[in-house]
Design a protein around this ligand. Structure first.
Ligand code: CTP
Ligand code: MG
Length: 235
């Protein structure tokens, strides 16, 4: 049995363009009430106290930016910045390459900027307790249908068996490296682990960990912050 007490490294893919959001800046650098999505995601991760180091995977043109500039002086000594790739799986691979010494990794989208620190704790607790792959999930509110290429409905999976998946996704570092090695693309790292035939466990997700993808999500995130629903620590 491998020791389950080693360091946890957070990998924050932040190299996407944010095409669906449609802002002039890469999405992770868009501000929510004065702080970028990237800053908020990294701060929440480190505030959880269960993550030792963070690797930010930035768009290549911003990868020379110092950690202090990206997330502030208070966190910079625990953060490094590397360049991402064309697809999200490439960015995760770059993050893994910059995480030597990790026992576990948490892959967490910069775009889930309002994720509460407790969610990182739940995922790391499950890793420490014996899981090698852990994802946060929520029940789905909508009925989901499958359709064919013409948009004709082919089925209605039983909603009670479906879950919407969030990040942070936690992994034994060697398992994720093996799963990611030959991946062309993956919006969901756990899906790569499933393809290896390995078990993926779930923990309860959090509605505040929603991914900011579209302009409507941005409105929601800003309204959440204005409402005080997301208890903020001023840093
Ligand atoms: N990401 C990344 N490298 C890529 C693509 C995506 O690091 N080549 C990151 C994004 O920065 C984001 C996370 O993966 O934090 C989730 O991806 P998504 O929400 O799809 O963000 P974007 O790819 O930036 O958005 P879009 O697909 O609308 O362009
Ligand atoms: Mg994308």
């Amino acid at each position: 049995m491998k020791d389950r007490n080693g360091p946890v490294v957070g990998i924050v893919p932040a190299a996407g363009r944010g095409v669906r959001l449609g802002e002039p800046l890469p999405k992770a650098f868009v501000e929510l009430d004065g702080r970028t999505m990237l800053e908020r995601s990294v701060e929440a991760m480190l505030a959880s106290a269960v993550v030792d180091q963070v690797v930010i995977v930035a768009p290549p043109e911003l990868a020379a930016t110092s950690a202090a500039e990206l997330v502030g002086e208070a966190f910079a000594d625990r953060v490094r910045v590397v360049a991402g790739g064309a697809e999200r799986a490439d960015s995760v691979r770059a993050g893994l390459a910059a995480a030597p010494g990790a026992r576990f990794v948490l892959v967490h989208d910069a775009a889930r900027a309002l994720t509460p620190p407790e969610l990182f704790v739940r995922v790391v607790d499950a890793l420490r307790a014996g899981c090698d792959a852990v994802i946060p999930v929520l029940p789905v509110a909508d009925t989901i249908k499958s359709v064919d290429a013409d948009g004709v409905v082919t089925g209605t999976p039983d909603r009670s068996t479906l879950r919407a998946v969030q990040t942070p996704q936690g992994f034994d570092v060697e398992l994720l490296a093996r799963a990611n090695r030959d991946a062309a693309d993956a919006t969901d790292d756990a899906g790569l682990v499933e393809r290896l035939g390995e078990q993926v466990a779930t923990v309860a997700g959090d509605p505040l960990a929603f991914k900011i993808t579209t302009p409507l999500d941005l409105v929601l995130a800003r309204a959440v912050l204005a409402s005080g629903l997301c208890t903020e620590k001023e840093m």
